[in-house]
Design a binder for this molecule. Structure first.
Ligand code: TEU
Ligand code: CA
Length: 554
């Protein structure tokens, strides 16, 4: 992998919630252009934008109707060209979201495909005959709720949609379709973008014959990914994509691979196989699943988080290190403490992301410790998944109160509220009413405040980012977990040549003791989120609540 990819720090921009330049309540491309200096100042050097293409926005743009057109609510193609140029002038790379597991049902391909069984596009999607009784071909549920099959009267067949019914799944076994996708990728690459984040890529290769999935307790349908995740031709198609497109340019590629284990994960990123540079794994996103799956009132166990992260650190040639994104709750609320120790825990968490081995990913707003929202009712939420889940909970007879608690904790809307720039109207995001309400804590938590304070979370992120960028051991050094059984700590060592860096992250809300495994060797403090941390490394270390420390050992 090229050095810029290994040294890169990625910042994810959720475009509609980042910055609104024309005051219509929706973030846009020119809004990003206005903030490029802010991003450069933070120290990140790769920007990943969520989809900005033509879309009816059933799933906030992950339902694309035209891969080569910009959704007018975000701006124009000229704006995009200008953004790419200005970003490059500032040394920032641009990564686009490539959503090719499915399109929107308003995409021209689907509109044609659904018309008949024998036109040029008939085979571009996954069509199957009904069962004899007219019901859906299998019991697969969609990720967002309901069946994964939708009946189409024109063809008298069902089509598959792993996500919303307005997101029909593409048929990757169709060569002409694959070529059309590769053409689109070339189109964007010729425009100068620097890489792709590939949405739901582990789902693109479907089985020839679908079969029913086992149905577990509290579920009406079988799992949406059953027999689908990491399907039979997945690696063949990604290698083909590599040969036809990726190998011809200097691009960074990040595959989103839900329901993938480490062995399968390594296949995507093993450089000799020529597929992708890195993947987003999901094991650690499952640590707080409950009896109804993702939406739960269960808290994570540190031992599970540590185990899952460690597995991927140990087994993959290269990782992408993330704790949150636009599909997840806020990291400080989920893995830290968003009240008393908000600042300290947000800082400790970034040390974990920055100093493990792999490319670090920051989600917008995490650099100022933005928190989950206390939605007072389901009507304040915007995500279709939240609505569908709430409805499912009502059907299951769960109390309204508990249903709201579970959806509140996990709704994707937690991470989607507008970026909090300052304490003025709508947090400085827009003069108009935003598409989703601003978190009510914006007067305390905002960029302006953090920029004025030398001890802020933002300033700490800058320090951690600079260390990550300038330190060969942190970039490419080997990784090894230590203190694997500690009840409060994730600690590990990075090593290169005869140099070591010891990283200790405390998840305790009290003061705790830690025995230095490198007794008597001495060491020098590289970073801590507490001023009380001593510059030398002692044999016994006392950590403050949510303290993170890094030492050079020896
Ligand atoms: O997500 C794919 C995915 O499987 C999950 O992260 C998903 O959001 C989760 O299971 C929901 O609980 C990607 C995008 O990141 C997401 O925003 C899209 O909604 C989805 O694909 C469909 O394109
Ligand atoms: Ca706008």
């Amino acid at each position: 992998m090229n050095s810029w990819k290994k040294e890169g720090i990625v910042y994810e921009i959720y475009v509609q919630s980042f910055n609104d330049s024309n005051n219509d309540g929706i973030g846009d491309i020119r809004g990003i252009i206005q903030k490029l200096d802010y991003l450069k100042g933070l120290g990140v050097n790769i920007l990943w934008l969520t989809p900005i293409f033509e879309s009816p926005l059933v799933d906030n743009g992950y339902d694309i109707a035209d891969y080569r057109k910009i959704n007018p609510q975000y701006g124009t193609m000229d704006d995009v060209d200008e953004m790419i140029e200005k970003a490059h002038e500032k040394g920032l790379k641009i990564v686009m979201d490539l959503v090719v597991n499915h399109t929107s049902d308003k995409h021209e391909w689907f509109e044609k495909s659904k018309q008949s069984r024998d036109n040029e596009y008939s085979d571009y999607y996954i069509w199957r005959d009904p069962k004899e009784d007219g019901s859906a071909p299998t019991n697969h549920g969609s990720a967002f709720g309901g069946s994964a099959w939708e009946y189409c009267p024109e063809r008298k067949q069902y089509y598959l949609h792993l996500f919303a019914k307005e997101q029909p799944d593409l048929n990757w076994d169709n060569e002409q379709m694959r070529k059309a996708i590769y053409d689109t990728m070339r189109f964007w690459t010729e425009k100068g973008i620097d890489g792709f984040r590939m949405d739901s890529i582990s789902f693109i290769s479907k089985p020839k014959e679908f079969s029913d999935a086992p149905v577990v307790e509290n579920k009406e349908y079988g799992a949406y990914y059953y027999g689908i995740s990491n399907g039979r031709n997945i690696h063949k198609y990604l290698h083909e994509m590599y040969e036809q497109v990726l190998s011809k340019y200097d691009l960074i590629t990040i595959g989103e691979t839900p329901h993938t284990d480490v062995e399968e994960g390594e296949k995507y990123v093993d450089p000799s196989r020529e597929e992708l540079d890195m993947v987003f794994q999901f094991d650690h996103m499952h640590v707080d699943y409950g009896e109804y799956g993702r939406y739960s009132d269960v808290s994570f166990k540190l031992s599970d988080l540590r185990h899952d992260l460690d597995q991927w650190q140990k087994c993959l040639s290269w990782n992408s290190n993330y704790l949150g994104n636009h599909d997840q709750p806020r990291i400080v609320s989920r893995f830290g403490d968003d009240r008393k120790y908000r600042e300290k825990s947000a800082e400790m968490l970034t040390m974990l992301i920055m100093f493990q081995r792999g490319t670090p990913f920051i989600y917008q707003g995490d650099e100022i410790g933005m928190t989950n929202v206390d939605f007072k009712s389901i009507n304040e939420m915007r995500d279709l998944e939240a609505y569908n889940t709430y409805e499912r909970f009502m059907k299951l007879g769960i109390s309204k109160e508990r249903a709201l608690t579970m959806v509140n904790r996990k709704t994707r809307d937690n991470g989607r509220t507008p970026m909090q720039w300052n304490s003025k109207q709508n947090a400085g995001f827009s003069n108009a009413e935003p598409w989703i309400e601003v978190n009510s804590n914006y007067k305390e938590i905002n960029v302006e405040k953090d920029l004025e304070n030398k001890d802020s979370i933002y300033r700490f992120y800058q320090k951690a980012i600079n260390l990550r960028k300038s330190n060969e051991i942190l970039i490419d050094g080997a990784y090894a977990l230590i203190a694997a059984d500690d009840s409060d700590i994730i600690a590990f060592v990075r090593e290169s040549g005869n140099q070591k860096i010891l990283v200790i992250c405390s998840f305790a809300d009290k003061k705790i003791k830690f025995n230095n495994p490198f007794k008597g060797k001495g060491g020098k403090l590289l970073l801590s989120n507490y001023e009380t941390a001593k510059p030398e490394l002692n044999d016994v270390i006392y950590l403050q609540p949510y303290e993170g420390r890094a030492y050079i050992v020896g």
